[in-house]
Write a protein that binds this ligand. Sequence first.
Ligand SMILES: C[S@@+](CC[C@H](N)C(=O)[O-])C[C@H]1O[C@@H](n2cnc3c(N)ncnc32)[C@H](O)[C@@H]1O
Length: 396
Amino acid sequence: MYLAVLGRQPEISIAELEAQFPKAQFLAGPAYVTFSATVSTINIDRFGGVLKLAKALDEKPLEFLQKLPEGKITLGVSDYSLRASRKSATLEALKLKKILVRHGRSVRVVENKDATLSTATSLHNGLSGKNERKVELIKLDDEWYRVIGVQDIDAYAKRDQARPARDAKVGMLPPKLAQILINLCGPLSEGSTILDPFCGTGVVLQEALLMGYRAYGTDVDERMVEYSKRNLEWFTEPENIHSRAASPRPVATGEARSTSRCRAPEAPRMNIFQVQQGDATSFTWQQPIDAVACEGYLGKPMSNIPPEIKLKTEKQECGAIVLGFLKNLASQIKSGTPVVVAAPAWLREDGIYSRLEILDEIADMGYNVHNKTREGLIYHRDGQIVARDIIILRKK
Ligand SMILES: C[S@@+](CC[C@H](N)C(=O)[O-])C[C@H]1O[C@@H](n2cnc3c(N)ncnc32)[C@H](O)[C@@H]1O
């Protein structure tokens, strides 16, 4: 049994996990989800929506701690039970420490500022599961879990900020969201080709390479094609410390099939990406295309809520591009191919996001819509005017 601590938008994090573990049973709490994936381990570095990942202990927490290798233990406790408090978590940690000390072990307890330790506290105290004697335990009523991974905030920031070609105008897709878009495609074989037909500066392509896939990008703007190429060449240089620091060895996730024909790369390599200029509404892409993950055209950047008339023209322009693209794509992909698109949605005065109302038209083009609800999955920061509405499709 696993427990995942969810990101700022839990519904998106859960959708990401459900897509990767379609056979697992999920039970969601306020900030976490437990699930029963039948894999021996999960690499948290592949999941943009997961803050911490923990595995159920099959013994009492004290028995587990007593078996740790000799030397000083660093112990953190997060309590996700319904009535948990800073006090309850601290008491659990001190109770464990007292017994361990009585048995001759040296223990440092990481101080709780809340019932649960923040991602930064866990990471900076080394509780990410990499050191055997630095342990974070999660209590959930009578169940105990051991943290096996913590989101590496620093690695994401490096991948985002150190790229040589950046453009504020095309919007900066956070690498975490790029991973989520790819994961929402569902389990894919290692070495599968991911197409991004609106590749911009190449964030989806970069994350696809890191996850062990081949990356194929196209963009209508020649400048963006150059930016993507430049970024990916930089990203895949063997001596690039950023890519090496951030590169998790690809680990098959959940029910992912693996084929002996398509070996996953040890690290991103130059020869497994391709970038071309092309208008997504008319271009003929090269095969194979195993999955499509992209952030489509989001319209003009905005810093204020748009008046009705401006919103209408933006919606028409963006809607025409995404529909034109999906229509063009439909005849070029095989039945069952996943297509995940982040489309724009605009903040209204009443605080609700106004979306492109295009799902019925998309269904008529030969796609099944896989979003669980019609409300959609809107990825946004507080007060952000142009948000991303994540549409999950599969070719019929
Ligand atoms: C929001 S940006 C995508 C940014 C990208 N995710 C990145 O990592 O930088 C949208 C991109 O769509 C491209 N675009 C707009 N209309 C297009 C079309 N008809 N066909 C292909 N690309 C298009 C723009 O040039 C822009 O690079």
